[in-house]
Design a protein around this ligand. Structure first.
Ligand code: PHE
Length: 336
């Protein structure tokens, strides 16, 4: 085969491969053998030395022309493939600017938080302060100072979480110890609410959880009576629900209040009217006042404790408490 024939075969092979490349990536894989230093066409240049001197210029020119045609074909193909890819992307990645933008994902407050804030707002408007206490308490603050004697069933191992640490301590079983903490630091007149988490070893069902929330209330001043307690709670529940709710006070017993009452609210549901227990209340027991250095002959007070879950369930018409703790975002985002 003459040089020209060999050259033609090599050039055609390179052009065929370039022509066959379906996309830019495939074309780039052809680049070394078509245009690279060790391509077949370059191989011819290296063989020029074997030719007689007078044939070399002509042969060199022919090889270079072939090389130039392959290069041109490569560049042209590259431009075509790039155009095609751009066109395809413009087609598939097109944005319809008339579509509404995707809605940003926003968080929302937990229904218990929303309810707590509403309770706080109502009591702050009545001149109360919001107080806090720790969730790990001493047995003294949680029980003894509240006139709950050592043999009281509430202190039974089955109700209270005891901490297995050298310092001891318990998880508070109610928010009432905040009464003690606050009265040790502040002198009457005083009016607080203390919302927070409480803990009880309990059978878990639709309405019980070992962790739940209460809102404590405490007011101490001169000549405070049961009438103040009743009007305050009625005012509170009306503000939270509606003006036409019915409330009743049932005689009850708590070691830290005397007299004591259970607060019930009438609830109209599809199944008819029912009285629901909203919390406990009463006049602060003289022993409790004495335990914090307040003279019961000079001062009297009332206290109450409501379950925050119950307040929230009635506020939002919830039938079960459990979903409040399951953190299912589909459930929680309904309360926005
Ligand atoms: N601490 C009581 C409970 O957990 C509720 C309560 C608070 C009762 C204040 C009277 C006064 O059941």
């Amino acid at each position: 085969m003459s040089l020209n024939e060999e050259l033609k075969t090599t050039e055609d092979a390179a052009l065929a491969k370039i022509g066959a490349a379906g996309d830019v990536a495939a074309l780039e894989r052809v680049r070394p053998e078509a245009l690279g230093k060790s391509s077949a066409l370059r191989g011819f240049l290296r063989q020029l030395g074997k030719l007689p001197a007078e044939e070399r210029p002509e042969a060199g020119r022919v090889i270079n022309e072939a090389q130039a045609r392959v290069e041109a074909a490569f560049e042209e193909k590259l431009a075509t493939l790039r155009d095609a890819e751009l066109a395809r992307r413009l087609d598939t990645e097109r944005v319809d600017v008339t579509m509404p933008p995707p809605r940003p994902i926003t968080g929302s407050l937990h229904p218990l938080t929303l309810t707590r804030r509403e309770v706080e707002r109502i009591f702050i408007s009545m001149g109360y302060e919001v107080a806090e206490g720790p969730e790990i308490e001493t047995e003294y603050n949680n029980f003894d100072a509240l006139n709950i004697k050592a043999d009281h069933p509430a202190r039974d191992m089955h109700d209270t979480f005891y901490l297995d640490t050298p310092a001891g301590g318990i998880l508070r079983t109610h928010t009432s110890p905040v009464q003690i903490r606050y009265m040790l630091k502040h002198k009457p007149p005083l009016a607080i609410i203390a919302p927070g988490r409480v803990f009880r070893v309990d059978d878990v069902d639709a309405t019980h959880s070992p962790v739940f929330h209460q809102v404590e209330g405490l007011l101490v001043d001169k000549k405070v009576s049961m009438a103040h307690l009743k009007s305050t709670l009625i005012e509170f529940l009306r503000a939270l629900y509606s003006d036409d709710i019915e409330i009743r006070f049932r005689p009850s017993y708590f070691p830290f209040t005397e007299p004591s009452a259970e607060i019930d609210m009438k609830w109209r549901s599809g199944k008819g009217d029912t009285w629901l227990e909203m919390g406990g209340a009463g006049m602060v027991h003289p022993n409790v006042l004495r335990n914090v250095g307040i003279d019961p002959a000079e001062y009297s007070g009332f206290a109450f404790g409501c379950g925050l879950e119950r307040l929230a369930m009635l506020r939002y018409g919830l039938s079960a408490m459990r979903p409040l703790y399951e953190n299912d975002i589909r459930y929680l985002r309904q309360f926005r």
